[in-house]
Structures are given as C-alpha cells and as structure tokens.
Design a protein around this ligand. Structure first.
Ligand SMILES: [Zn+2]
Length: 383
C-alpha cells in the first residue's frame, strides 16, 4: 500500500474499542512485537479461509506505517510490518481478523508490509528478507499454504489491484530461496547443531559415521571425499546429507587407496587418514570462518572463488549483503543449509567445486561412473 509521505504523528487512542484477544502464536513463529491497529482499520474474524500471503512495500518509514495503521481515519492496516534495519517484526492485526491491505484479497490473505523508503535511503535488507521469510514459513506451516509464487504474491499481483508494490527492487528470487529453505514442505535432513569435527581439524568430521546416518557431519565427509576425487560434487549436492550406497562405496575406495581396512564405515582410522590426505592436498581457500561484516584478504579470496564459479561479480574484500547472498546461493546449490556464512561445509564444497576439471574428466570416463549414473536414476536414496 502507499500513503502520503508526510503523516502527522498520531497519539494513542484511549477511547478505542478493545482489540480482540490475540492468541499466542505457535512456537515456530519468529519473535513478534504486537502493536494493535486502530479498531476501525480491520474487520473482526474471517469470511474465508486463509490461503495466500500478500507482500507489500511501505514506500515510507516503518514509523509512518505504524502510525498510519493506528490512525482510525486511515482505514488501512496490515497484519505484519517488517522493519528494514533489523528485520524486526511488528504485528498490528491478528491473523484471525481481516486487515485492510489488499481489497478483494483481504478475506483470504495475510498482509505483510516491508519497510522501504527510497526518499530516506531505506532499502530492503538481508535482515528484512530473512525475517519476512521466517514469518512466511511459519504462516504457511500454520495454514498449510504452499510456499510458491501462486500463494505468496505481491500486492501488484492481486487480481484487480491498481497498486504497484512491491516495486522492482524487491528481490523475489532471493526471497523465495529463503522461504523455500525454511519451508514446511521441504524435508530438512540437515542437522543444525554445531558441526562435530576432528579436534583442531575443522574440515574433517568426527569419526563414528555409518550407513543410513543423516547429518551435517555426513555432508562434510561427502564434500571431503568429493574434494579428494572419491565422489562427484553433483552427487553430493543432491544427496541430502545421507550416508547411502554411494558414500559407502566412496569411503571403501578411499580406505583401499590409503591402506586402511575397508569397512565402508567412517571410524577413527579413516578419519585420521582423511586428515592426512587433505593436509597433503591443501586447497586455496580461506581457513577461517567468515560472516557478514568481515573485511580482509580472506574475504577477497572467497569472493574471487565465488566470482570464478559465477556467484558474484565484484571482489571488494568486504563481506556484505552481496557476498552473503552469493554464499547463500552457493549453499543452496550444494545441499547446505543456507546461512550466508562461510564455514567448514561451504569451504569444502567450494574446494571440491574448484578441483581441476581435468581430474574430474578422468573420473567421468571410467566405467564405474556410468554405473553410478544408472544407480542414481533408479534409486530414491542413491547416496
Ligand atoms: Zn501494498
């Protein structure tokens, strides 16, 4: 929705009808601050089932939007507003009530405003996209709304609307990636606890992995094996962090190559051999973890690698939104939970992707590789 740029500050209304009691949201909702809209700006209850989420852009500051929703003369509201600078979420109308945000779509949708104000140099931010995606995921889960563009729509896409928000700076591609990364519809096998690794060797998982395990540690093992040429990066990327037949085969081949008893399971001896093998073939990647705000030669190195792989254009040495975005995209393509942070999994996946193409071509011409392709085609869990 759009409103005039300058809105007089509206003070609290002592005489408003009490707003309906707000039931506590389910525990999977992100933190929300409740700031009731003026009672004149929404209808109590719903006449239709909630089946879509409408994305709006404020074209003004969050404060002007909040004031407008609390102004009983505005006849305008939204269920939520997500601030730009910190991704803070404010709620103005209960989901069970009908906010006035998208006319014909009001009865069957939930409206989320996003602070955006080019006149005050307030852009959309990563924090805002992330918080909003979390909120959308939670709402979608609560009502069983599919997390696709047919059900998560722009105000400008509501049938019959004359509104143009969100404008062209709203990054739908990035936003839907975030939404799908946390979607209730997507299986989430990846453990998000701290990665357990060999002490002092953050790029090698701790021993004790075996067939059928599903975890980040398995994924790290797979990327290590891909880096050393025992697995195909594309297989790992699509593998869902699961220790399946391909992983067992690769572990066995690695054990045979290193003179370790070939058990097909990942125990202490294999872990020690893996540390040795990787130390003997160091990759040209930053060793330390990196995240938004970092500025160093390491960041520049990471950026140049992301650039070579086609994930970003400019090397600046500063880890900002663009770099986090690029890392996040690379993570998604690599089966890694999207954090935008450069850590062990991302390091080894990048290292594996940067392996000389020559070595990979040699593997591909082996007949074994053809057998693998056939296996992939006919197995649900080929890894
Ligand atoms: Zn709108």
């Amino acid at each position: 929705m759009r409103w005039v740029a300058v809105i007089p500050m509206v003070l609290a209304f002592a005489l408003l009808a009490p707003s309906p009691a707000l039931a506590a949201p389910p525990p999977y909702y992100p933190p929300i601050e409740y700031v009731p809209a003026a009672r004149a700006n929404y209808d109590a209850g719903r006449t239709q089932a909630i089946r879509a989420i409408v994305i709006h852009e404020t074209d003004g500051t969050w404060l002007s939007a909040a004031n407008w929703f609390q102004n009983r003369n505005s006849k305008v509201s939204a269920h939520y507003l997500v601030r730009a600078w910190d991704g803070g979420i404010m709620q103005f109308v209960a989901e069970g009530d009908t906010a006035y945000h998208a006319r014909a779509a009001n009865p069957w949708s939930i409206g989320i405003e996003h602070e955006y104000d080019p006149r005050h140099a307030i852009p959309h931010t990563i924090a805002q996209y992330r918080a909003s995606a979390q909120l959308v995921c939670a709402i979608a889960k609560r009502y069983g709304i599919p997390t696709d563009r047919a059900h998560i729509i722009g105000h400008n896409e509501v049938p019959g609307t004359d509104h143009s928000d969100p404008g062209p700076t709203w990054n739908w591609t990035y936003y839907m990636q975030l939404v799908n990364a946390c979607s209730w519809q997507r299986p989430q096998p990846v453990a998000r606890a701290a990665l357990r690794t060999v002490p002092g060797q953050g790029y090698v998982p701790a021993a004790g992995l075996e067939f059928d395990n599903v975890s980040d540690e398995v994924l790290l093992l797979q990327w290590d094996l891909a880096y050393l040429g025992f697995m195909e990066p594309d297989d790992v990327a699509a593998g869902g962090s699961r220790f399946g037949p391909l992983t067992e085969e690769a572990v066995t081949a690695f054990q045979d190559a290193k003179g370790v008893p070939s058990t097909g399971a990942y125990g202490d001896l294999t872990a020690a051999a893996l540390v040795k093998a990787i130390l003997a073939a160091p990759g040209d990647l930053p060793i330390r973890d990196l995240a938004v705000g970092a500025e160093s030669d390491d960041v520049a190195r990471l950026q140049s690698i992301l650039q070579r792989l086609g994930y970003m254009d400019l090397v600046t040495g500063y880890y900002g939104e663009i770099t986090a975005d690029a890392v996040s995209n690379f993570q998604q393509d690599s089966g890694i939970y999207q954090t935008g942070v450069y850590g062990a999994l991302t390091r080894m996946a990048l290292a594996a992707r940067m392996r000389p193409t020559l070595a990979r071509e040699e593997i591909v011409i082996e007949e074994v590789a053809l057998t693998r392709v056939a296996f992939v085609a006919f197995s649900i869990y080929p890894y």
